[in-house]
Design a protein around this ligand. Structure first.
Ligand SMILES: Cc1cc2nc3c(=O)[nH]c(=O)nc-3n(C[C@H](O)[C@H](O)[C@H](O)COP(=O)(O)OP(=O)(O)OC[C@H]3O[C@@H](n4cnc5c(N)ncnc54)[C@H](O)[C@@H]3O)c2cc1C
Length: 367
């Protein structure tokens, strides 16, 4: 049975970048992707028609290490980005990729890693986990929140309905912009309500610009600050509704009163983010550390080459965002903030493959 130099799990931006670099370095590489095509993670979590931003974290001057994965400055939709990446990979002669197969586990036989999927077993010297972070964060309410959509796939479905978008980040803003634009163009009189738990909305400059433009063009968007989803219940007509608390005011020192709004769950989209795969890493036997900055969370421990505590196994991209613990050779551990961006995933993939290529050529000693 062939022993690959590298097996990459996940054909998102990180996994593809790693595979392109491995091809350039003449390494024998296989990608395993559970979706039906490349970029499945992105295609299933982005709202349809979402513009893709080529954001590079502040203070970094290095460009994308794999240019075919850099979204153009003139923004394109996610569907156009997917097609351009597909075309560029075809021009490169394609990648060695198996789709529709899910990575489950691995074990070691000496220095060789035996990788198990739901269908087969493969062997490699190095394994890169580029599995993203697409486990939707739970909406903590009293009652059942399951019918609530987690992204926007068919904007037309929300025409002629007041819609509630929950989540004050970039994804929420993108959904608000897309819906508002459609309603405005179709002369639909219903509104888009945009709710955030806190006072401040956290969006990048490019998204803020698009939102401002949409409001100036007449988009009917009502912003609800400090709005908390509280209850999911079925009303007397059998409609599943979500109640959000929008304002608190006191009658006197003891009694609190709240204003609230209630929306049919079918008209609610909760863009409240995704959680990292800490549990998956733990099950695979990797070392994690409990960290308590802001929210208590389990973070994966990596060395300076993004190698996990298991030699030859690396983790990159969305899977190690928004932060991981870097353990230096002197044993010191520091939390590293790692933005969940296409840029970071791509540059992680390239960086890890450069390291593996040097290791395999014998120019560095495996750590
Ligand atoms: C709604 C939304 C909008 C965003 N907009 C932007 C933007 O405009 N610009 C930007 O820079 N970033 C944006 N991001 C972030 C960006 O998409 C991520 O940083 C990037 O996709 C991370 O790449 P990745 O390769 O690490 O993971 P992913 O893109 O998540 O890819 C992981 C892949 O691994 C596969 N996989 C997972 N588990 C397994 C398994 N067990 N076996 C096999 N395959 C598996 C998945 O199917 C998936 O294809 C956005 C994110 C979201 C959610």
């Amino acid at each position: 049975m062939a022993v690959y130099d590298i097996i990459i799990v996940g054909a998102g931006p990180g996994g593809i970048a790693a595979a392109v670099k491995a091809k350039e370095a003449g390494l024998n590489c296989l990608i395993i992707e559970k979706g039906e095509d490349i970029l499945s993670g992105i295609l299933s979590s982005y709202p349809t028609g979402k513009k893709v931003y080529p954001t590079i974290p502040k203070g970094i001057s290095e460009d994308y290490s794999v240019s075919l994965l850099k979204p153009p400055e003139k923004k394109v939709t996610i569907e156009e980005f997917y097609r351009s990446v597909k075309e560029a990979l075809k021009n490169l002669g394609g990648l060695n990729i198996i789709t529709g197969e899910e990575f489950k586990s691995f074990h070691k036989e000496g220095e060789i890693l035996v990788v198990q999927t739901n269908k087969a077993e493969s062997r490699c010297r190095n394994l890169i986990l580029a599995i993203g972070s697409n486990i939707p964060r739970k909406l903590k309410i009293y009652g059942d929140a399951r019918p609530i959509a987690r992204t926007l796939h068919d904007p037309n479905k929300y025409l002629n309905h007041n819609v509630l978008v929950i989540g004050g980040g970039n994804t929420g803003a993108d959904v608000v912009i897309t819906l508002s634009k459609l309603k405005r163009e179709k002369e639909d009189q219903t509104k888009v309500y945009w709710a955030n738990r806190g006072e401040k909305f956290k969006i990048v400059r490019e998204v803020a610009r698009d939102l401002g433009e949409e409001i100036l063009l007449g988009g009917d968007i009502e912003i609800l600050k400090d709005a908390k989803p509280v209850i999911g219940e079925v009303d007397e007509s059998g409609i599943r509704r979500l109640t959000i608390r929008t304002e608190e005011y006191s009658l006197d020192d003891e009694i609190k009163r709240y204003r609230s709004m209630s929306f049919p769950m079918k008209n609610v989209i909760a863009c409240i983010g995704f959680v990292g795969p800490a549990q998956i890493f733990e099950q695979l036997g990797m070392e994690l550390m409990t960290h308590e900055t802001g929210m208590k969370s389990e973070l994966i421990i990596l060395d300076e080459n993004l190698q996990t505590s298991i030699k030859g196994v690396y983790a990159i991209g969305g899977a190690i965002s928004p932060s991981y613990i870097k353990r230096s050779t002197d044993g010191k551990s520091n939390e590293v903030h790692h933005l969940n961006l296409i840029y970071t995933a791509v540059n992680d993939g390239a960086r890890v493959v450069d390291h593996i290529a040097s290791k395999l050529k014998g120019s560095i000693t495996p750590s």
